[in-house]
Design a protein around this ligand. Structure first.
Ligand code: FMN
Length: 363
């Protein structure tokens, strides 16, 4: 069991008060969700991946992804791209933002398996080109006053798994930390992750190594720290509809305590709050669209949740969605306070990202 007195992680000058971070999640780790994760104890968060090209061109949609609230800090902005000059310009542009809008660090996506991205040599395709990957990070580190980090996979496929070599190259190029999703690009999101290779990479470099892949419960997070020696752990799918996972992981890591799962009232109350934050963040029309998947995750495992998931997909306005959640909570409470308090099935088992609700699965 790790203890709270152990030093938490550090990347450059950024101090993390625990090793547990929210992973970058395209279409999911929006600003409201990042805030909820930080409130529940994630020690840092990363934006969904942002196009370096779009940033440099000042594309409005890209710039929207860069917005965050002060309480999300420490926050990293994740960039994807394959042109070293553009990536360096994008890093420079981030560093030139006014302090309140400037992130704390800049991360490079080297894990996205999606064809549209790898066909442009970006994302996981960078793992097949060490000189290019090194050049990108070197140019970015030279251009940046913020720490530059990278998030990668084990390699392109089983026969070209080169994570140790890549981690060394990244360190040599100036990366201040690496996060490793313990699968190859070919493995996408399925099958057993190979945590032992996180350990091999950790032993090969001096910079912090953050492990990632299939951490679902507090015991997994502590086991990943202990068995690989990694400095931090990133959680992705386990946080879907369950930002409380960070509180549970932390309590277990700090005190060996297993906190209860959130009640139905907590889950639906947070769903309503998430909806309000989303409206403030992106306006009512986009909020209704964006919140459908989050609501489906919040209700997961509760009685009659299949019906509610189906209903939420038909809601057209914020008011309809709020009314649905409130009505559902009342319905659960009518079955007695016990029924509501005991609805504590895990909100978000690791889903199959190939399903339609993961159109952007990008790491
Ligand atoms: C819907 C979805 C979106 C993702 N988007 C990104 C992304 O933008 N950048 C990235 O580096 N990884 C992305 N990933 C990968 C996750 O950060 C993480 O590496 C992966 O889900 C494994 O961790 P987990 O088992 O804790 O979910 C995404 C994964 C999913 C499921």
């Amino acid at each position: 069991m790790a203890s709270a007195t152990l030093p938490a992680m550090r990347i450059g000058d950024i101090l993390f008060d625990s090793p547990f971070l929210l992973a970058p999640l395209a279409g999911v780790s929006d600003s409201p969700f990042r805030r909820l994760a930080r409130e529940q104890g994630a020690s840092g968060v990363v934006t969904e991946m942002v196009s370096a090209d779009g940033l440099v061109r000042g594309q409005k949609a890209t710039l929207e992804y860069l917005r965050f609230e002060p309480e999300e800090r420490p926050i990293g902005v994740q960039l994807f791209g394959a042109d070293p000059g553009v990536m360096a310009d994008a890093a420079r542009a981030l560093c030139a933002l006014p302090p309140a809008e400037r992130p704390d660090w800049i991360d490079v996506n080297m894990g996205c398996p999606v064809r549209k991205v790898v066909n442009r040599r970006a994302g996981a395709a960078l793992l097949t080109d060490l000189p290019l990957l090194s050049e990108i990070v070197r140019r970015m580190a030279e251009a940046s006053t913020l720490p530059v980090t990278a998030k990668l996979r084990l390699g392109w496929d089983g026969s070209s798994s080169n994570v140790v070599e890549v981690a060394r190259a990244l360190e040599g190029a100036g990366a201040r930390a690496v996060a490793i999703h313990a699968r190859t690009r070919a493995e996408k999101f399925g099958g057993e992750p190979h945590w032992e290779l996180i350990g091999e990479a950790k032993r090969a470099v001096g910079i912090p190594v953050i492990g990632n892949g299939d951490v679902r419960v507090p015991e997994d997070a502590v086991r990943m720290l202990e068995t690989t020696g990694c400095d931090g752990v990133m959680l992705g799918r386990a946080a879907f509809g369950d930002p409380w996972i960070f509180r549970r992981v932390r309590a277990f890591w700090e005190r060996g305590v297993r906190l209860p799962l959130p009640t139905a009232a907590e889950r639906l109350g947070t769903g309503l709050r998430h909806l309000r934050l989303m409206v403030e963040s992106v306006g009512p029309a986009a909020a209704t669209r964006e919140m459908r998947k989050h609501v489906a995750w919040y209700v997961r495992g509760l009685p009659h949740s299949a019906r509610v998931r189906e209903q939420v997909n038909r809601t057209r306005t914020v008011d309809e969605m709020s009314a649905l959640l409130r009505g559902y909570l009342e319905e659960l409470e009518r079955h007695g306070p016990q029924a509501c308090a005991e609805c504590t099935a895990p909100a978000a088992p690791a889903d199959d990202p190939a399903r339609p609700e993961f159109p952007h699965a990008a790491g």
